[in-house]
Design a protein around this ligand. Structure first.
Ligand code: BDR
Ligand code: CA
Length: 319
């Protein structure tokens, strides 16, 4: 039996999703059993297409790709094309994939994979809105306890009050489907959460992007281009005020880092609540409670230098 960690990645590429996928593909101890697309940064059709483009670009056409939910559970659709670009990948030419996506729906694929797996065999990395994962739990509640590890990128829990990137209160993945997030935070027995403030500790600044470019492989150069475009957009964007940073936060790659090298991250146990009141200015806001329910390990710190070095090393291992 393979000693690799089996994972399913649920994603909406997305610039930082692209880097996260490259990182996971480069890890010799990770077996990606499937990648599932969800509506988020871009519409699910673009997300699914982008996943195949990225896999092919990194010579991983062996990974099956599945299309999932095309809209949030209850709220209306939002996207983040203002930062990720109309195509979701900053207009970078990743080419046209020559391989097809799978016919099976992502939700059914995840349910089938978990239900036929042995206990705690497959981990799930959710780096987009949680619509697919919530739908999995609603359709087959037994799946929740079958997951080995569930890692989510989402939420904002700053000490001086949440500072979101989608609104002053809400982080994008939470705002894009708060009802789904609420279901997942309630039903999963154990979750590791990478919130915004952790991703913001690992910022791809000019110096880091140059180091990435110096690797001089096509995946590293593509990654550098994506991050550079995002950094330029963020710099001039009035919407950047709540974040106020120079460079691009490596949100989704941090979630992969947490799966591969959890020792680089530290956090605290408690439960997470999500505001699902669409009429509130705090719609999509997450809050943390240190109570008796302690199913969430919400990270608050990353060893940024080790993490960034790890990302560079991983990119160097790809074509
Ligand atoms: C999250 O939202 C998306 O725009 C990114 O891909 C990341 O998953 C950060 O808030
Ligand atoms: Ca994402």
């Amino acid at each position: 039996m393979s000693s690799k960690t089996k994972i399913i990645i649920d994603t909406d590429p997305g610039i930082d999703d692209a880097l996260a996928l490259f990182m996971a593909m480069a890890d010799p101890n990770t077996d990606i059993v499937g990648i599932t697309a969800v509506n988020g940064n871009v519409d699910v059709n673009k997300a699914e297409y982008n996943i195949r483009r990225l896999c092919e670009f990194a010579w991983h056409t062996d990974i099956p790709v599945y299309k999932g939910c095309d809209k949030p559970l209850k709220r209306s659709k939002i996207n983040a094309e203002w930062i990720h670009g109309n195509d979701g990948l900053a207009g970078f030419d990743f080419g046209t994939p020559s391989y097809q996506g799978e016919e099976e729906n992502a939700v059914d694929f995840i349910i089938k994979s978990l239900m036929k797996s042995s206990e705690k065999e497959i981990s799930i990395l959710a780096i987009g809105p949680l619509t697919n994962i919530a739908t999995v739990f609603l359709k087959e509640p037994k799946t929740a306890s079958k997951i080995r590890e569930l890692i989510i990128m989402g939420g904002a829990f700053c000490e001086d009050g949440p500072r979101g990137n989608a609104t002053p209160y809400a982080e994008f993945n939470m705002l894009a489907d708060p009802h789904a997030a609420e279901i997942v935070f309630n039903m999963a027995p154990q979750i590791s959460v990478i919130p915004m403030e952790v991703g913001m500790q690992a910022v791809a600044d000019k110096d880091f992007i140059e180091k990435m470019r110096d690797i001089n492989t096509r995946c590293a150069c593509a990654g550098a281009d994506l991050l550079e475009t995002a950094a330029k957009i963020l710099k001039d964007c009035p919407g950047n005020e709540p974040v106020n940073q120079i460079g691009t936060s490596l949100y989704d790659p941090c979630a992969v880092g947490c799966l591969i090298r959890p020792a680089l991250f530290s956090g605290r146990y408690g439960s997470v609540q999500v505001n699902t009141d669409a009429n509130s200015e705090k719609f999509g806001m997450t809050s943390f409670e240190e109570g008796s329910k302690r199913n969430c390990l919400v990270m608050h710190k990353v060893d940024r230098e080790s993490f960034k070095k790890m990302l560079l090393d991983y990119l160097a291992a790809l074509p």
